[in-house]
Design a protein around this ligand. Structure first.
Ligand code: SF4
Length: 105
């Protein structure tokens, strides 16, 4: 199985396994974004569990802003053809229905 598919599957298993993430404290202000990004940058590249926790990942869309569901599929960092998050501090395969607190349109 290609690396991206393996990692996407692993991340999904971690979240479906009941991992508690900080999904309620959304990064709607630049101060909050900077704080989350700073915490992500301090992690080891392979510390996927803490990345999911700090970035507040969910396996379903979070909610709506201006009637647009907050999911990877609607996020500016999402690469549709690769099912991938290109935000440098995450830089990981995702599913289109997942979401995180760094969602941006
Ligand atoms: S930044 Fe966007 S594409 Fe990346 S995980 Fe968060 S919602 Fe998904």
């Amino acid at each position: 199985m290609p690396y991206d598919d393996q990692l996407r599957s692993k991340l999904g298993q971690m979240m479906h396994g009941g991992l508690n993430t900080d999904s309620e404290d959304r990064a709607y202000t630049s101060e909050r974004v900077n704080e989350v990004v700073w915490r992500l940058k301090k992690l080891a590249p392979d510390d996927w569990e803490q990345k999911l926790v700090i970035a507040g990942f969910t396996v379903t869309p979070y909610g709506e802003i201006d009637e647009i569901s907050q999911s990877c599929a609607t996020c500016m960092y999402y690469l549709k053809h690769r099912k991938y998050c290109e935000l440098p501090e995450l830089d990981c395969p995702v599913e289109p229905e997942w979401s995180c607190i760094l969602w941006r349109i």
